[in-house]
Design a protein around this ligand. Sequence first.
Ligand SMILES: [Cu+2]
Length: 288
Amino acid sequence: MQRLALVSVLILWGSVVFASEKKNSYEAGGTFAPFANYRGIKGEARIIRTTAKGTIISVKVSGLKGGLSYPVHVHALPCAVNQAGGHYQLDPSAKTGEANEIWLGFTADKKGHAHSKRTLSHLARPDAQSICVHDPEANGAKMACADLFPKNKFASYEGNFAPFAKAKGADLHISGTAQMVTSSQGTQFKLVVSGLSPSEQYVSHVHLFPCSVTEAGGHYELDPSLKAGEEKNEIWFTIPANQTSFKTDITIPHIARADAQSVVIHQMVDGGMPKLSCADLLRTDSSR
Ligand SMILES: [Cu+2]
């Protein structure tokens, strides 16, 4: 009887640990497709994020030239957006280059097949959105790309506002929540904020990185191939003046990508826009 109780406690404990790990651990991936000017390249890419071990990434590609070595990198945008953009940076405040990126270069065998795998202690952020194979015979032009999307592309995200380290005085009282829901129709944002000073002016935007990574980085751009900093290409929330709290619920036709990672509240002061408070947009579903 006692033994049975112990066994059931152990089983319960095991499932709790498994459930909490599962929430942050997930597998994603996709198939390679060639960019324009290239054909015949096929294969697949997988990314496994585990809270315990970091990140495991593997790629398998065919349709390459036998004996040739190819540069392969994790990129920061989906394949269809600005040709996957630039390289994913482990630390966006550090120098670009191999030590701060995820490189998976390989050499094709006689049949034109190649594969590689990397295991990192770094837990890849959601902005690790694709993998590109580059053409060594054309100055590293992008040849083929695979998206690293989770199975459920549409999801709910949520986080609580917390002050940045530099916030002081009344700015420390700002609290609330930010929610984001993506669907085939677009993206809904709900913000509930309180603790504002009626005498101050504020503005809020969707930012590129989690709150703890380079203080949420720059602004999320609807189209990253256009110039940054224009309101029509970003997601801005107007915070009315002379209020201590505000709520907003807006839906935009754009479907937010995984690089929409936080909402920042700035103060508007002469000559600047200091970042006061930030809410991470974390996926709330565990089944990806
Ligand atoms: Cu901003």
